[in-house]
Design a protein around this ligand. Structure first.
Ligand code: NDP
Length: 335
């Protein structure tokens, strides 16, 4: 069925007029958007909240945030209208979108190119928890990290959205996982997903213990998300010829790096930004195909964390930054 809609009334949405702390997220009545050519409209079931959403609304992200806007870079729901010229998609189909913005609303637009197919067995929340974390984990472990079966990988913030995705994918790839997190309850989650060794982030002997876990040689691959003083530790934990993939800077502290240090153990440090990787069609399609195979095993299931109604979007943002959450923080706009 094809529907080319015109204006259709009002919806509830989050609207940000100026950047700042999460209080800037205001609930508003806005017109239901109309899909342009090449776009679809989703009735949004669930929105995955990422560090990047919070940083963007605070004006602290890698790119400048244009205001006013509705945040919500990854979301899932059912297609309820098709823009002109859209083929191969149907009203009523459940999809996820990495549309970049607009998810925190009852209805959201997505370019068809940003749609991500999800298994029919996924709930809306699981579908919304998938795109950012699993594509990032895949690119970190395989595309840039070149991880191979039997290798050790260090996963930081292991109970978070990216951390849980990274553990699941690493185990499916046959890798061994050292997981770090800030509390014993978070380590328990990591163990439940198959982490082989778990360590508290503040364990005074953490560097030595990580090195010992990987046969005393250090880990060949580090997915680095904390930054600041922890960045140097990631280098210290890495094995000779180790690869450190810089994915995040959750500490929001600057790190000092002396390139000469890399020479001693032949280390490489590689940055990873999902947005620019997804713009490379070949890389994005290759990752999508490999992820589809891993999903088909039934062993890769997005970990849904706390869920919030649309009106408490600011609370969701605060809890994520306050390290209070595990799995993917979800907002359900129909609530
Ligand atoms: P998470 O669900 O992992 O939540 C963030 C976690 O970071 C916290 O739960 C906490 O875990 C840990 N953390 C460590 N230090 C701090 C700190 N000082 N303040 C707050 N949290 C801290 O979030 P995401 O999965 O959204 O993101 C995880 C990281 O990955 C972020 O740094 C994010 O920017 C990055 N990322 C980068 C992408 C890219 O394209 N480069 C894409 C996706 C994510 P604990 O309490 O266990 O330490």
């Amino acid at each position: 069925m094809t529907t080319t809609p015109t204006g259709e009334g009002m919806m509830r949405a989050i609207w940000v007029e100026e950047l700042g702390e999460p209080d800037v997220l205001r609930l508003r009545e806005l017109p239901i958007p109309v899909p342009a050519a090449g776009e679809v409209r989703l009735k949004v079931e669930a929105v995955g909240i990422n560090f990047a959403d919070v940083l963007a609304s605070a004006g602290q992200y890698l790119t400048r945030t244009r205001v006013p806007y509705t945040p919500g870079m990854e979301f899932a729901g059912t297609i309820d209208a098709l823009g002109e010229g859209v083929t191969g998609l149907e009203v009523g189909q459940r999809v996820a979108s990495l549309g970049g913005r607009g998810g925190l609303a009852e209805f959201a637009l997505s370019p068809t190119a940003a749609l991500i197919p999800v298994p029919a067995s996924f709930s809306g929340a699981q579908a919304a928890a998938f795109p950012v974390s699993y594509f990032t984990a895949y690119f970190g472990l395989r595309t840039l990290g070149r991880g191979v079966p039997g290798e050790w990988v260090l996963v930081q913030a292991a109970a978070g959205a990216l951390g849980t995705a990274s553990i699941q994918l690493a185990k499916q790839m046959g890798m061994n996982v050292v997981a770090m997190a800030s509390t014993e309850a978070k380590l328990q989650i990591a163990r439940g997903l198959g982490a082989d060794v778990t360590l508290l982030q503040d364990d005074p002997e953490r560097v030595q213990k990580v090195r010992e876990a990987a046969g005393g040689r250090g880990v060949p691959l580090v997915l680095e998300v904390v930054g600041g003083t922890r960045f140097q530790e990631s280098l210290d934990m890495a094995a000779n010829l180790g690869r450190v993939i810089v994915i995040g800077n959750a500490s929001r502290e600057q790190a000092d790096m002396r390139p000469v240090e890399l020479m001693k153990r032949n280390l490489s440090v590689t940055g990873l930004w999902l947005t620019s990787l997804m713009q490379d069609q070949e890389l994005a399609q290759g990752a999508a195909q490999e992820l589809a195979k891993l999903l088909a095993t039934g062993n890769v299931v997005p970990q849904v964390g706390p869920t919030y109604p649309l009106a408490d979007s600011a609370g969701a943002f605060r809890d994520l930054m306050g390290r209070k959450t595990t799995g993917k923080v979800i907002i359900e706009p129909q609530r």
